[in-house]
Design a protein around this ligand. Structure first.
Ligand code: ADP
Ligand code: MG
Length: 258
């Protein structure tokens, strides 16, 4: 179905379970990285197995093929990635907000269970039943997940794996915490709302005017400024001054959105 950074994902059917559709993630072998890949694969499995949430990909099985390839079998998500939707532009406000709440809930749940995703981006979020009334966001790809007790932080031993565009600066040799995921989350949410990447937005047009364009015409300038502040605080370069938790980001968004 797709080729990600480290794996190829195939569509399959579970012959022991009514031929139910599944996704088979086959990790590409890299002789130079075999130990690292092995460790990541175990962590990804462990992360998926410890999370049971409708907004998080559910695992089924993991193992090693006859020719020594590592794999993880998960439920199949019928839909497309958020990336595929965003390449066509912004999402309607209600839809973006509904998906935002689902992503926030899933991440908050992972964090409460001591797991940081660390590579949140539109490619790693799927929209199940895309375009239908029961569309739902599902967070996938825990291939760079980090175990970290809630309210704690952890030194990053897994540097630089991840998408630079959405990656928090702390991923480049800092201390990881829930704020690491908040950073990426804020960028994703901003892009869902405006259809513009945060970095491009900050570099080209005033963020307030971009938001004004997508929010209802009655939205005051003051509200756009407040909303911009929510995004700036959640994507602050320094993790110590950044919005700390997903719940806090969501609470502030709820207050700021019209
Ligand atoms: N369970 C699934 N159902 C449907 N598509 C999936 C599923 N898991 C992954 N994909 C597709 O495969 C792509 C790569 O999967 P991912 O787990 O992100 O691998 P990588 O670690 O290589 O980035 C995803 O962006 C998505 O398009
Ligand atoms: Mg991925």
């Amino acid at each position: 179905m797709a080729k990600g950074g480290f794996a190829t994902v195939y569509f399959g059917r579970d012959l022991q379970c009514n031929r139910e559709p599944v996704a088979v993630k086959l990790i590409r072998f890299r002789p130079d990285l075999s130990e690292w890949i092995n460790r990541r694969w175990k962590l990804e499995q462990k992360a998926l197995e410890s999370l049971r949430h409708p907004g998080i990909l559910q695992p089924r099985e993991a193992g090693i093929t006859g020719d020594d390839q590592l794999f993880i079998v998960t439920e199949y998500v019928e839909g497309v990635t958020l990336q595929a939707v965003l390449t066509r532009g912004s999402m309607e406000l209600d839809r973006a907000w509904a998906r935002t709440r689902e992503i926030c809930e899933a991440l908050e749940y992972a964090h409460t269970n001591g797991i940081l995703h660390c590579d949140l981006k539109p490619d790693n979020i799927m929209l199940r039943n895309v375009g239908q009334s029961d569309e739902r966001a599902v967070v996938i790809d825990f291939g760079t997940a980090v175990f970290c007790a809630p309210d704690h932080s952890i030194m990053d031993s897994n540097r630089a794996a991840g998408a630079a565009d959405y990656m928090a600066p702390d991923r480049l040799g800092g201390t990881l915490s829930t704020a690491t995921d908040v950073y990426s989350l804020a960028l994703v949410v901003f892009e869902m709302l405006t259809g513009v990447r945060w970095r491009d937005a900050e570099a080209t047009a005033p963020t307030e005017s971009l938001l004004q364009r997508v929010l209802p015409p009655s939205t005051t300038e003051d509200r756009c400024t407040k909303l911009t502040t929510v995004f700036r605080d959640a994507s602050a370069f320094d993790a110590h001054t950044r919005t700390r938790t997903v719940a806090e980001f969501q609470r502030r968004l709820t207050i700021a959105l019209p």
